[in-house]
Write a protein that binds this ligand. Structure first.
Ligand code: NAD
Length: 438
């Protein structure tokens, strides 16, 4: 089957590459000439482990190609996926559907034969119907269906998530579209991965409900961690103790500096906004958004305590700025709240991240980028672990402490323990929801 994929970002490119690996002929389209040029040269514009090799394999097999020209991509395609961004709309928190609706209108103008228009972008309930109306209006003759197919992959583990999903969600209005979607996902059907087929609205809602639930789970454990800091208890033990309950599950119970990334912040805001618009306030989600902001700010207070009440004149080394390891994505990363507070407070800030520099340079003005964690720690007053890249999980803490002007460690991912830090010679150590010493 031939598939057109609109958008070659984190979702579109991974989906396009994986569909081609299923055996489909995939043409990926993007508006950004720089991205298409890179892809045509065989270079991957984002950092996603394993993507370059899988892309090269399928390009070599003649199943995968890239173009700026939507007409070429649509020619003979039975399905066209919309995988463009749906960022937060300025001012009101709503999902900005401009890119989705533009893509829909472009498809309407260029499609000739029957095609299923599949929205992979995360969109509010009702958007697929809006897409249908817009396409009908722009091209009343076109024979088409719409389908909702939200994506659940995680950056950093995207290929595995796509190839071995917990489930695939497909929202359709009739059997004809359902059959095309079944053909596309046949390799997963055959391997017994659950495919949840629903109406359009349920599929759209599943994505927001899933992300809001996960954001709630993280925020819940972060709040319990804050309480542990006051009353005692070790959040790692608490997480383990509750996570072993099958009704709760052990995922998303790692306390940290607050959630960030390209999805949770914008999707929780969009869900809250949808609730407000329909007079069904999403009170839990609204509270989660508020508490998460407080958690990020509380991290700054923690760092201030370690710096004796002022950042002014201090040298602070920050390890990790991407919103999580194994990605170069900086969207809504906690670093974007925390690092500017350090710079603004008068600190000299050094930043070390295996993949974050390319995106981060423009977003974090006034910092000094350093390739190596030990070099970053040299003569520093405080070392902050902000993203748990593997490179930072097995540091020689004694070596780090020896290099520092004042060996103070803020371990905001609970990689080490107060005991590790004391043994290594740190004079002060703070983490999340556990014992600390200053
Ligand atoms: P992205 O910003 O990385 O990529 C979007 C791409 O679409 C860009 O390359 C842009 O140039 C291109 N584009 C926009 N309009 C276009 C048009 N009309 N024609 C051709 N190309 C166009 O976005 P992303 O992170 O891949 O997210 C895409 C969608 O998937 C969003 O709705 C997001 O919420 C959802 N999603 C993202 C993730 C994730 O981990 N990033 C996971 C699940 C779902």
């Amino acid at each position: 089957m031939k598939i057109a994929m609109i958008g070659t970002g984190y979702v579109g490119l991974v989906s396009g590459v994986c569909f081609s690996d299923f055996g489909h002929e995939v043409v990926c389209v993007d508006k950004d000439p720089a991205k298409i040029e890179m892809l045509e040269r065989g270079e991957v514009p984002i950092y996603e482990p394993g993507l370059d090799a899988l892309m090269a394999k399928n390009v070599d097999a003649g199943r995968l190609s890239f173009t700026l020209d939507l007409a070429t991509a649509l020619d003979g395609a039975e399905a066209v996926f919309i995988a463009v961004g749906t960022p937060t709309r300025r001012g009101d928190g709503h999902a900005d559907l401009t890119y989705v609706m533009t893509a829909a209108e472009e498809i309407a103008k260029l499609a000739k034969d029957y095609v299923v228009i599949v929205t992979k972008s995360t969109v509010p309930v009702g958007t697929n119907r809006q897409v249908k109306q817009a396409v009908k209006k722009a091209n009343p003759e076109l024979d088409f269906d719409v389908a909702s197919n939200p994506e659940f992959l995680r950056e950093g583990a995207a290929i595995d998530d796509f190839m071995k999903p917990d489930r695939v969600v497909v929202g359709v209005q009739n059997d004809r579209a359902a059959e095309v979607m079944a053909d596309i996902y046949r390799p997963l059907y055959l391997r017994d991965f659950p495919i949840v087929t629903t109406d359009l609205e349920s599929a759209e809602m599943i994505k927001y409900a899933a992300n809001a639930f996960l954001a709630t789970k993280i925020t819940f454990i972060n709040e319990i961690a804050a309480l542990c800091e006051r009353v005692g208890g070790d959040i790692k033990e608490v997480s383990k103790g509750i996570g072993l309950d099958n009704r709760i599950g052990n995922k998303f119970l790692h306390a940290g500096p607050g959630y960030g990334g390209s999805c949770f912040p914008k999707d929780t805001k969009a869900l809250a906004r949808i609730g407000q618009e329909h007079a069904v306030p999403m009170q839990i989600t609204e509270t989660v958004i508020k508490v998460n902001e407080e958690i990020k700010r509380r991290m700054i207070d923690k760092l201030l305590d370690l710096c004796g009440g002022s950042f002014n004149g201090k040298t602070i080394a920050v390890l990790g700025v991407t919103f999580k390891p194994n990605t170069d994505d900086m969207r809504d990363a906690p670093a974007l709240t925390i690092v500017p507070a350090l710079v603004g407070g008068g600190a000299k800030v050094r930043v070390c991240d295996p993949q974050g520099r390319h995106e981060g340079e423009a977003l974090l003005p006034g910092v000094h980028w350093i390739e190596d964690a030990y070099k970053a720690a040299h003569n520093a007053d405080l070392l902050v672990i902000l993203t748990e890249w593997n490179e930072f999980r097995a540091l020689d803490l004694k070596r780090v402490a020896r290099k520092m002007a004042s060996p103070h460690l803020a371990d905001l991912r609970n990689i080490y323990s107060p005991r590790d830090a004391k043994r290594a010679g740190f004079a002060a150590y703070a983490s999340i929801g556990r014992g600390e010493f200053i």
